[in-house]
Design a protein around this ligand. Structure first.
Ligand code: NAD
Ligand code: IMJ
Length: 258
């Protein structure tokens, strides 16, 4: 039980396929007590059912649109009231307008660019600022966010999301640099393609999965539980020396040049 007595807050569960849910199962399996946020009433009952299925009291499930400062204030206030501090923060949230995930990146308009940056990159800093005093109460903490290779290389159609992931990756390094003195570690997991809500909508997703199967050193795709296990490692005492890092959980795909 690597996380016995630890508390965690997870942003980004939409359904059972969400990467955040695979992370939640891994953390709960290691003994962590978890709180969840969801975006929009449409998914509230689904997220409540998932949270309850973990056992525990499953009761700390709160609404949060990460573009709303008031929502974030309420979530961290409530988590502090119920948990009296926080050890683990999971950020697994991204959004860009669908029309910007196809066609030419150069056509991206200003407001859609800012929306993708706000939800997919700035939200990490907005969360970490609010988590800091709660983690200081616990003499440290671990923050994990989800990123993708499209922030390091130009991946067809990833477009404005790639620019947002580059900003997210840089945010991981700046946050790690600043919060290290408080013993708060900040890392990212760069996952290979996974069939979630945020991926199935993409045209050509099957072609990309097949490409990974042919090219990745392990000659296969990864599954969400492998991402969950890596998040557990990063949040556990086994990773106390790791911060400011991007861990690729992609069957080695990123290591290839051609
Ligand atoms: P998902 O659709 O299950 O999760 C995305 C989450 O973002 C949803 O829960 C959604 O409610 C939330 N979200 C969007 N806008 C929000 C807002 N304004 N406020 C609050 N929440 C909001 O899909 P996923 O694949 O699990 O995505 C999770 C993370 O993993 C994302 O950062 C994504 O970029 C990253 N990622 C996904 C893949 C993949 O292939 N699926 C690969 C690498 C990285
Ligand atoms: C998304 C778009 C284009 C190419 C893509 C992806 N590749 C992968 C993804 C190659 C792996 C999935 N991914 C890593 C994401 O971060 C997806 C983010 C996303 C997805 C949607 C779909 C529905 C929508 N907006 C979105 N915003 C962000 O309306």
């Amino acid at each position: 039980m690597l996380l016995q007595g630890k508390t965690g807050l997870i942003f980004g569960v939409a359904n059972k396929r969400s990467i955040a849910w695979a992370i939640a199962q891994a953390l709960a399996g290691a003994g962590a007590r978890l709180a969840f946020t969801y975006q929009g009433e449409r998914i509230e009952s689904g997220v409540r059912e998932l949270a309850a299925s973990l056992g525990g009291d499953g009761s700390l499930v709160l609404p949060c649109d990460v573009t709303k400062d008031d929502d974030l204030d309420t979530v961290f206030g409530e988590v502090d009231r119920q948990f009296d501090g926080l050890d683990i923060l999971i950020h697994s949230v991204a959004f860009a307008a669908k029309e910007d995930l196809e066609g030419r990146f150069v056509e991206t308009g200003r407001s859609n660019f800012l929306l993708a940056m706000d939800i997919s990159a700035y939200s990490l800093t907005a969360m970490v600022r609010r988590a800091e005093p709660l983690m200081v109460k616990r003499r440290g903490g671990s923050v994990v966010t989800m990123t993708y290779l499209g922030g390091e290389r130009a991946v067809p159609n990833y477009n404005v999301m790639g620019v947002a992931k580059a900003a997210l990756d840089a945010s991981v390094r700046y946050l790690a640099a600043e919060l290290g003195t408080a013993n708060i570690r900040v890392n990212a997991i760069s996952a290979g393609p996974l069939r979630t809500l945020a991926a199935r909508a993409i045209s050509g997703f099957t072609v990309m999965e097949e490409h990974y199967e042919k090219r990745a050193p392990l000659r296969r795709n990864v599954d969400a539980s492998e991402v969950g296990q890596t998040a557990l490692f990063l949040c556990s005492p086994m990773a106390t020396g790791i911060t400011g890092e991007i861990v690729h959980v992609d069957a080695g795909y990123h290591a290839m040049g051609f």
